[in-house]
Design a protein around this ligand. Structure first.
Ligand code: 5RP
Length: 242
């Protein structure tokens, strides 16, 4: 770190966060083996994953959760297949993605990059879903905003039913045509909130990911796996390495 970095704490902090994202991405890339089908998430942490994965020179088949990821992965030389339609891969060996918030019991909030609907489909299709984050993503409990994607058809009615939700400013529709919305109320009981979102007509997807979807969390370079003894609401992670 240079003297000027020390003089500007903002730059020093950003450098640390970026180094942590890169370390998390490298650790996750090391979990991938030859022949795997790999789901690639979206965001600045995944942007470190793609070169780390490509540099391993493995024979991989990838699917991407956003046009930005698809473009970066193809440019890096990865084989990216379409995940559209019934002839796309039905099962993935592993999916790796970032998150905006991670609680000690494994709940995630995702979707700051507006790709949460596709990201959840890809995560759910994978045998193993690995979340890569820097330490500032670790929170003690969840709170707003929770990203949603709603259908354009009936959007006003859906927003009225949701109540405390607002259309995210300056954000294009998702690649599937959905409107990106942020839920702004407290998140006291994430499971009930998932049920509410899942049962609200017009909500296509939401950024709450329950613990049972998450296989591992890589925080900076440290690989943590949910302990076999922790339930869906358990608070138990074991450090595996790194
Ligand atoms: C995009 C996401 C991202 O994974 C999440 O926002 C984290 O992004 P970043 O790695 O840039 O902090 O959910 O929809």
């Amino acid at each position: 770190m240079s003297d000027s970095d020390i003089a500007d704490p903002g730059i020093a902090r950003a450098t640390g966060v970026e180094a942590e994202k890169a370390a998390a991405a490298r650790t996750a890339a090391s979990l991938v083996v030859d022949g795997m089908t790999v789901g690639l998430g979206t965001g600045s942490t995944v942007a470190y994953l793609i070169p780390a994965l490509a540099s391993r020179g493995l024979a991989l088949t990838c699917v991407a959760t956003s046009p930005a990821t698809e473009m970066q992965a193809r440019a890096a030389g990865l084989d990216v297949r379409s995940f559209n339609g019934p002839s796309s891969p039905a099962l993935l060996d592993i999916a790796i993605d970032g998150a905006d918030k991670v609680t000690p019991d494994g709940w995630l909030v995702k979707g700051a990059g507006a790709a949460h609907t596709r990201e959840k489909i890809v995560a759910a299709a994978a045998d193993r879903f690995v979340v890569i984050v820097s330490t500032e993503k670790l929170v003690t409990s969840l709170g707003p905003p929770v990203p949603l994607e709603i259908l354009s058809f009936g959007a006003s009615a859906t927003l009225r039913r949701l109540g405390a939700a607002r259309i995210r400013p300056h954000t294009p529709h998702s690649p599937d045509g959905g409107i990106i919305v942020d839920w702004m109320n407290p998140v006291d009981d994430p499971r009930s909130l998932c049920d509410f979102f899942d049962s609200t007509p017009g909500v296509v997807g939401h950024g709450l990911f329950p613990p049972e979807m998450v296989s591992d969390v890589v925080v900076s370079g440290r690989l943590l796996q949910r302990s076999a003894t922790s339930g869906a609401s358990g608070n138990s992670w074991v450090r595996l390495g790194g």
